[in-house]
Design a protein around this ligand. Structure first.
Ligand SMILES: *[C@@H]1O[C@H](CO)[C@@H](O)[C@H](O)[C@H]1NC(C)=O
Ligand SMILES: *[C@@H]1O[C@H](CO)[C@@H](O)[C@H](O)[C@H]1NC(C)=O
Length: 848
């Protein structure tokens, strides 16, 4: 008695939660600013007949439901499949290719499963049920049915017939032999029993298992096709499986009798871990369920029952699928404890520079100039970067700098609540979700948001911004919590009880990561090309849950975050160091792993490419950004060192944008913060999704085992009022309201112009004091610098540094506009056309 009580206490301390969580809320989003709207591509009505939305949009089987309803689905792996008018087609690609950029296994259709009575009417198939991973599809004709249990990870395709005559049609060549008997074209052969073997003319072998005895007749219809048809109506189960190697038959023979029909997703939590649980519903003894694992499963599975990898295996674009026995998988993950702040204080060597940048960047945020949203994606990325400034200010004890950021964020966020706004969120009624209203019937708006593309990317930013506001403004939270929850429910609803949103829209629980693709283009192939923003989707949800929801949703968001990071590390990060023969190496080919990072992971191919860019630094950066403290785990040392050397030719190339370099430098700081700090001083443009402050704050809060100060002495422009003197001949730079060009023509200090040199992070501006006009440098590098701008933007920024090799106090000047150095022409004009530091003229800055 006493003992079991202790056990119960221990158990309740260990398990803070177990089971499917309740809905975040069940209230209707109809009151959202854009009201309700219908997507231009609603689900195929015959497919969901008898079922009501919400429906999954980004799942592997979205092509079954998205019009026209017959595109190739991303599974159930190891198979890919499609629902045709006349049956379920499926196959396993054996054509693995590497073209130097991508690993590809083009979809292959081996067989079609149907029954003889089916009319071929497209409307005569429907979904009868689905869960977080599986879907059950029924083909029907009168009283005859074939029910397909489409379960990712099952080596067998499972078809249950009721009063129907099973019919399998070969789609990849003629039938060459059936149960060992060779068939000439036109010939037939019959066999009765529970196990059959068929070989087609492409050389592929399939096994057909019947759970009760059946008579099948194979007919070599033509040189291109063949059929296997039962002798009559059958009520029972067939399991069809590709035999990739003769040595696999023993295991397949042993376990075919137990089949999965559905799966329950479950999870349990301790303070530091989350266990993801797959619990398959089976017919037959669950302990004898034979399934296939991906590498990420094998890495995390607890107490697995793995047969030898030689017993069964299929090579997919995610590496080898190998067998596991049993109907419950428990995958254990270490959850992060990082939320708003990094897990250590800012290195004191970086404090002054970070604070100076913070004051500057917060000073730029004028609430009356807060952006009016013009889209979801760029608005979110930009505002989330500004929101980090409030968190950094708070971390550094500068509450005076928090409030201005919050005011700015609130001013911009307010547009999402107004029905008069030009960009509006609306509730989409045919699938069930919040979309960009303007994109409801136009897939080209906002990266296809209206067709359910990229919601976790977009709403992760929304939730980050909202969470930061809510952290510092409880009234705002109270006022807008239900509204913001509509965005949270759109991407992390955990429950089938939410009447408005599908479960965790983007996550493919079996694949171990999310898909960005929604239902556009028939939901064709699935892809995700920004693992960084996918992770951020769940990070935004974690922050929101931390401030607005209960611990259950904090745990759930943390599990999503942690698993997405792990998926990125297994399938996006490439490690040339990995053992080519390693069981859990998803890319056995060394040449693939030499590419260091995947750009896009799809269902049938993965490659170092992007839809929008080809540079190495872009491909790597989109897997890194946005930089937040929670990515301490993601930026693992081996990978960031690989990325550092792989992208180095671009990191020193002035034609490659700083906005990509800056995030690579940040990721690298996780391995070497001192070097990253030095390199970060080269950056003068952080793009819209990053700030100077966040860049250096991240670097300054890295693990630092050596204890060496991280920031050292970071170079700065000389700031103050100066006359600028050309070192070579002693002439001073002149400029005036009449002659606005900068020309080194003044032979005396009294004839020289006075410039105010002011701080901008890592660089500065030069203002002609007599006219209050900023000096600008044309991007062409063909014209003299001129003091002609009333306000300073990026073309009015210069990096002024001690010139290498020159005597102390002689500086080079680099223009931010084109990354080129300032030289002096024969007429004395200052022109930003010097290719490198050595080409720069030397200038002295004489205090004025
Ligand atoms: C898919 O459906 C469309 C529209 O009904 C049809 O035109 C097309 O032929 C179908 N494709 C296949 C492979 O069945
Ligand atoms: C950036 O900074 C590092 C270290 O200070 C330097 O070695 C490197 O050459 C710089 N790269 C460019 C492109 O300026």
């Amino acid at each position: 008695m006493f003992g079991s009580l202790l056990y119960l206490l221990a158990a309740s301390a260990a398990f803070t939660g177990r089971g499917i969580f309740a809905p975040i809320s069940t209230d209707s989003p109809a009151g959202i600013a854009g009201g309700e709207i219908a997507c231009g591509a609603p689900p195929v009505s015959s497919f969901f007949v008898g079922l009501n939305p919400p429906f999954p949009t980004n799942t592997w089987w979205a092509p079954y439901a998205a019009p026209p309803g017959n595109a190739t689905a991303a599974g159930p792996f190891p198979y890919e499949s499609a629902l045709y008018n006349n049956g379920v087609v499926f196959g396993i690609s054996v054509n693995r290719q590497f073209d130097g950029t991508s690993i590809k296994q083009p979809t292959q259709t081996d067989w079609r499963a149907s029954f003889a009575e089916h009319s071929g009417n497209f409307a005569n198939h429907k979904a009868t049920g689905f869960d977080t991973q599986t879907v059950t599809v029924q083909y029907f004709q009168g009283g005859a049915t074939m029910t397909a249990y489409l379960v990712p990870g099952s080596p067998y395709m499972t078809f249950q017939y009721a009063g129907a005559t099973p019919l399998l049609t070969s789609m990849n060549g003629a039938i060459q032999s059936f149960n060992g008997q060779t068939l000439a074209v036109g010939a037939s052969v019959s066999a009765t029993g529970t196990g059959f073997t068929v070989v087609d003319s492409s050389g592929s072998t399939y096994l057909i298992y019947a759970l009760s005895s059946i008579t099948l007749k194979a007919t070599a219809v033509s040189a291109a096709s063949g059929t296997i048809q039962a002798s009559g109506a059958f009520s029972g189960v067939l399991r069809v499986v590709k035999l990739a190697s003769a040595s696999h038959k023993a295991l397949l023979d042993q376990y075919y009798q137990v089949y999965p029909t559905a799966v329950t997703l479950d999870y349990s939590f301790t303070d530091t871990t989350g266990t993801l649980i797959f619990d398959w519903t089976t017919v037959g003894a669950g302990s004898n369920l034979l399934m296939l694992t991906y590498p990420h499963h094998r890495i995390k599975l607890q107490n697995p029952n793995f047969p030898a990898t030689t017993a069964l295996g299929y090579l997919t674009t995610k590496g080898w699928m190998y067998p596991a026995i049993g109907n419950q998988w428990n995958m254990l993950y270490d959850l992060t404890s990082i939320k708003w702040d990094p897990p250590r204080a800012l290195d004191s060597s970086c404090s002054a520079a970070v604070l100076q940048g913070l004051e500057y960047e917060v000073g730029q945020l004028v609430p009356s100039q807060a952006p009016v949203p013009g889209d979801f994606y760029y608005w979110g990325g930009t505002l989330a970067a500004q929101a980090r400034l409030a968190l950094i200010a708070d971390n550094l004890g500068r509450s005076d700098l928090v409030t201005p950021v919050i005011n700015y964020l609130e001013a911009s966020f307010a547009y999402w609540f107004e029905s008069s706004s030009s960009t509006l969120p609306a509730y989409e009624t045919t699938w069930g979700g919040v979309i960009d209203k303007a994109g409801a019937t136009n897939v080209n708006v906002d990266f296809g948001n209206g067709y359910y593309n990229d919601h976790h990317f977009h709403y992760g930013y929304f939730l980050s911004v909202a969470a930061v506001i809510a952290k510092f403004d409880g009234n705002w939270l109270n006022q807008h919590k239900d509204y913001i929850n509509w965005f949270a429910r759109d991407i992390i609803n955990p429950s089938p009880q939410d009447p408005y949103f599908p479960i965790t829209r983007c996550r493919d629980w079996f694949a171990g990561h999310s898909w960005a693709s929604g239902i556009a283009n028939g939901a064709g192939s699935r892809d995700q090309e920004s693992s960084g923003e996918a992770i951020n989707g769940y990070y935004g949800a974690l922050l929101w849950a931390s401030v607005a929801l209960s611990q259950d949703y904090v745990n759930y968001a943390n599990l999503l975050l942690t698993t997405e990071q792990h998926g990125a590390q297994v399938y996006w990060h490439l490690y040339p160091q990995e053992d080519p023969a390693g069981r859990d190496n998803p890319y056995p080919e060394a040449a693939v792993r030499a590419l260091t990072t995947m750009g896009n992971v799809e269902d049938w191919q993965s490659g170092a490419w992007l839809f929008w860019g080809a540079e190495k630094s872009e491909i790597a950066a989109i897997q890194i950004l946005p930089v937040t403290p929670v990515n301490e785990v993601l930026y693992d040392t081996q990978w960031v060192e690989n990325v550092w050397s792989y992208t180095m030719p671009e990191l020193v190339d002035p034609t490659i944008g700083d906005e990509w370099k800056c995030v690579i430098i940040d990721a690298y700081s996780n391995a070497n913060p001192q070097v990253a700090a030095e390199w970060s001083a080269n950056i003068t443009d952080w793009g819209t999704g990053q700030t100077f402050t966040n860049e250096l704050f991240f670097i300054g809060t890295r693990p630092n085992p050596s204890g060496t100060p991280i920031c050292g002495s970071l170079p700065q422009n000389p700031y103050g009022n100066f006359k600028i003197q050309l070192a070579s001949n002693g002439n001073y730079v002149a400029a005036s309201s009449v002659n606005t060009n900068l020309v080194a023509s003044a032979t005396s200090s009294s004839a020289a112009a006075t410039f105010n040199s002011a701080y901008v992070p890592n660089s500065g501006t030069l203002m002609l004091v007599s006219t209050s006009q900023y000096v600008t440098a044309d991007i062409s590098g063909d014209y003299a610098l001129a003091a002609i701008r009333g306000t300073a933007s990026t073309w009015e920024r210069f990096t002024i540094r001690q010139k290498v090799g020159a005597s102390s106090g002689v500086y080079s000047i680099k223009a931010t506009s084109n990354g080129l150095y300032v030289t002096v022409g024969s007429d004395g004009s200052l022109i930003n056309n010097g290719a490198n530091e050595a080409a720069s003229a030397g200038f002295k800055f004489v205090s004025a």
